[in-house]
Ligand binder design. Structure first.
Ligand code: LMR
Length: 331
């Protein structure tokens, strides 16, 4: 016999299932905004994420990628994430300072010998804990991505720390980076990435620090005649989402997205060094900027000038995080 109450109950159950909800409401849309060019480690990672999601979760999840600060830039992207206007970002770790002081460990100059050391730290427990360090701000860390080691560029050759004296450098919004240039008697100006080229071109600043991929893709060599291969720090990212949004994704779909993120993060890890090597070679072949290569003694002078920051920031970063980071080099 037809039971209208039972029928109502069954159709309510059906409607509540994730697959039916997806059909009813359309796919989940993930807007992924970032500030760099597409032909960079992060730009390529975002596109690969979109490709794999659309292959494996077609109709269920749609990814829209907005590169080059076209949707949000440095000044507003984290607020946009927290208010769910955008669902995925991969800001540099230097841009999270106001949400967690611990991530400043990645800005400490000469702390990590190379990108391999950075990756070892990120995989350790202390590194993994940092992915969850912004939970109270509704920021959910999904993975670390890395670009490459930063090099100093300027309007004059920088061979020793004293050569930077009096210059103004564009920096990311980081107290550690500001203090780093303070130690060189140089000035530091916090500017969004999208404004870097114009600031260097107009002479508002005379120097910057970037990995090869960002120097090449932003054409910084056309306004920076000298690039010193200092590799004094690294540029690292955290792939983040809005915690409320992420947890609202049905479990099965979320697990598939997390598996894709793992795959993409591995691919970004594989390609970042290759892309930076390629961009270094292309840049040098273009011949617009002169490469300044440092002797071991000159590198030691930069290290000595900048390393006092480790101790200065130990209180904010936490001795445990700093110790863990110091154990990953293979010297
Ligand atoms: C910068 O502002 O220099 C970088 O964080 C840009 C980026 O995302 O690579």
């Amino acid at each position: 016999m037809f039971n209208p109450l039972l029928a109502l109950f069954c159709s309510a159950l059906l409607l509540a299932s994730p697959a039916v909800l997806a059909q009813e409401q359309g796919p989940i849309v993930i807007k992924f905004s970032h500030v760099v060019a597409e032909d960079t480690p992060k730009g390529q990672g975002a596109l690969l994420f979109k490709k794999l999601v659309e292959e494996r979760l077609a109709g269920e999840v749609r990814v829209e990628v907005y590169p080059n600060s076209t949707l949000f830039g440095d000044a507003d992207e984290l607020e946009a994430l927290r208010s769910n206007e955008v669902q995925m970002l991969a800001p540099s770790l230097s841009k999270f300072g106001q949400y967690t002081p611990q991530l400043q460990v990645f800005d400490l100059p000469f702390l990590f010998d190379d990108l391999a050391a950075v990756k070892r730290f990120q995989k350790r427990d202390k590194g993994q804990e940092l992915l969850r360090s912004m939970a109270q701000h509704n920021i959910y860390g999904l993975a670390f991505w890395n670009n490459g080691m930063k090099q100093l560029s300027a309007t004059r050759p920088l061979r020793l720390p004293a050569d930077a004296k009096g210059l103004a450098f564009r920096i990311q919004p980081s107290d550690v980076l500001e203090a780093q240039f303070g130690l060189l008697d140089a000035q530091a100006l916090r500017l969004p990435f999208a404004e870097t080229f114009a600031a260097l071109q107009s002479g508002a600043v005379q120097g910057a620090e970037n990995p090869w991929s960002n120097i090449r893709s932003q054409n910084l060599d056309s306004v920076q005649p000298f690039i010193t291969e200092t590799a004094h720090g690294s540029l690292n990212y955290m792939l983040v989402s809005n915690s409320t949004f992420w947890n609202s994704i049905p479990f099965r779909t979320r697990s598939q997205l997390e598996a894709i993120i793992e795959e993409v993060s591995h691919a970004v890890g594989q390609s970042a060094e290759r892309l930076n090597r390629r961009d270094r070679a292309q840049l040098l072949a273009a011949g617009r900027a002169e490469l300044v290569q440092l002797s071991p003694a000159e590198t030691a002078a930069w290290r000595e000038a900048m390393a006092p920051l480790w101790q200065r920031y130990e209180g904010q970063i936490g001795a445990d995080v700093l110790r863990a980071a110091q154990t990953v080099n293979r010297r």
